[in-house]
Design a protein around this ligand. Sequence first.
Ligand SMILES: C[S@@+](CC[C@H](N)C(=O)[O-])C[C@H]1O[C@@H](n2cnc3c(N)ncnc32)[C@H](O)[C@@H]1O
Length: 163
Amino acid sequence: MELHVRYEGNDDPEKCTARRLAKFDEAALHRSTRATPPGIVLNPFAERALSPADSDESRLVALDCSWETAEAEAFDLAGSQRSLPFLVASNPINYGTAFQLNTVEAFAGALCILGERTQAERVLSHFSWGQTFLDLNEEPLKRYADCADSSDVIAIQDEYLAD
Ligand SMILES: C[S@@+](CC[C@H](N)C(=O)[O-])C[C@H]1O[C@@H](n2cnc3c(N)ncnc32)[C@H](O)[C@@H]1O
């Protein structure tokens, strides 16, 4: 799966996970919306949740920006807009926070749901806390990956949210 990032560059470059992915040739950074190729756009505001039904796509696109500027309009990128279901961040900045993942966590979660677990492990291997993301989310990631479509994913997410 190709990984692409619309890179706004308004977050701390030292902590930016998209820059680190690019450094290891795991993702391509794009400095403008026009230069960003279409794909599955990982958008926390999207109505439809990502599911294995999306696995015929060959590109994932994330928007790397500060959460302070991550408003709905910022995700106006070409492609199919998808939100990620309930998953918990493992990075030291947002550890334990649901839904607000950083860019590599969002890519890894999406890759697992789309059946690309080996690539998810590889992108996370560049971060000291990367494996923790898979450990913390092991059960939901496996259950989402076994779903047929977005409504199945939402039904499982609702079980976690009800707990
Ligand atoms: C707001 S940026 C923050 C990036 C952070 N500065 C870093 O260094 O990784 C994280 C991006 O990951 C994706 N993302 C995070 N949580 C998501 C969710 N619940 N659903 C869909 N995409 C999500 C989005 O593309 C979002 O813009």
